[in-house]
Design a protein around this ligand. Structure first.
Ligand code: AKG
Ligand code: FE2
Length: 349
């Protein structure tokens, strides 16, 4: 197998020493990514595939031809009526792995993105500047962060791509560039030589972006040539998880003609890092939805899962006898147990 193909490694089973192995954690912290298998059961991945296939246009359909950018346009984001989708988003093993990478407690994580989206091997040759088929090499921070990522060894967030398809059927391997030490010329500081940052226009398509940068930022050409030369390609099958960062160079590469790749993007930040935006509508916005999906999910979630959504934790100044009673009045019918909040509320006996 070519050195430029990255194959996933299995997560720890059992996870007594953490979900991720030391090598996986160290790869994420140093190289900027780790590629793993085995976080989710095959059954859960199968359910999510089934739910996703029902929502997206079939490959080769007229509707598929019009889809050429990231995301589901709000169509398949958290919270979803797909229980498999929600279960993946707040999966204890995923949360534990993310917490391990950031060296924080799970209750210190906050969800900022959960979006399942299709990418098609469309026949169109009309590659506009915004087409995502053959992406420019980039980092994701510009449209996730209000500020700039912190220095490399002080990471604040984890991004993930969960693949629901097979690279042999789809092509479209995500390309990543491993960071090689603090003096790596491919990882200069600050990270500004990428479309959309500062006065540079946002351009997605590789050929359009590099032609644009040659004029707008000629001094970045050498860096960008080096990044493309060092790409490695993710070999994925359903359930493979790429854990990466807002400051990892990467890009989407072309799909095989006629293929449909489904991938679920997830991001988590440390609780205090409010400058890392939640890219979806606030979670509470769905609470008028008639099926009461989020209300039921909150009522039955673990304390950690609730914390990841920003729900007040035991010991929070939010809790008093009145709020314990009021939240029970709102969610008690769905089985919400208020004991953890009651027992540590400041006004309890
Ligand atoms: O399609 C992929 O594999 C990566 C997509 C991506 O990096 C992006 O849209 O920001
Ligand atoms: Fe990206």
């Amino acid at each position: 197998m070519s050195a430029r193909v990255l194959t996933p490694t299995p997560v720890n089973e059992p996870a007594t020493k953490g979900v991720l192995s030391d090598a996986q954690v160290s790869s994420w912290r140093n190289a900027g990514f780790t590629l793993v298998d085995g976080v989710f059961s095959a059954g859960l991945i199968g359910e999510l595939q089934t739910d996703a296939l029902q929502r997206f246009p079939a490959a080769n359909s007229a509707a598929a031809e019009t889809i050429n950018d990231f995301g589901s346009e709000g169509g398949f984001v958290f919270p979803s009526t797909s229980m498999a989708f929600n279960a993946v988003t707040l999966h204890p093993k995923l949360l534990a792995a993310v917490a391990q990478l950031l060296a924080v407690a799970v209750s210190d994580l906050r969800l900022t993105q959960s979006d399942l989206w299709p990418k098609y091997g469309n026949s169109t040759t009309d590659r506009t500047a915004f087409n995502n088929q053959d992406q420019r090499i980039h980092v994701d921070y510009p449209n996730h962060l209000l500020a700039h990522p912190t220095p490399w060894h002080r990471p604040e967030a984890v991004e993930a791509i969960l693949y629901l398809s097979d690279v042999d059927d789809c092509g479209g391997a995500t390309a990543v560039v491993a960071r090689e030490g603090d003096d790596d010329p491919a990882y200069p500081w600050p990270i500004i030589d990428t479309p959309g940052v500062g006065e540079l226009d946002y351009v997605n398509d590789k050929a359009s972006a590099e032609a644009y940068l040659q004029k707008a930022r000629p001094e970045a050409v050498a860096l960008r040539e080096q990044l493309y030369a060092r790409e490695q390609y993710v070999s994925y099958r359903p359930g493979t998880l790429l854990l990466y960062r807002h400051d990892t160079w990467h890009r989407g590469t072309p799909m095989l003609p006629g293929a449909l790749r489904m991938a679920h993007n997830l991001s988590f930040r440390r609780a205090e890092c409010e400058w890392i935006s939640t890219v979806h509508t606030g979670w509470a916005w769905s609470l008028y939805e008639q099926q009461k999906t989020l209300a039921k999910l909150i009522a039955t979630a673990s304390l950690d899962q609730r914390a990841v959504l920003g729900f007040p934790q035991p010991g929070s100044s939010y809790w008093c006898d009145q709020t314990v009673a009021a939240v029970h009045a709102r969610y008690g019918m769905y089985g919400m147990d208020m004991t953890p909040y009651r027992s540590v509320s400041p006004s309890s006996p």
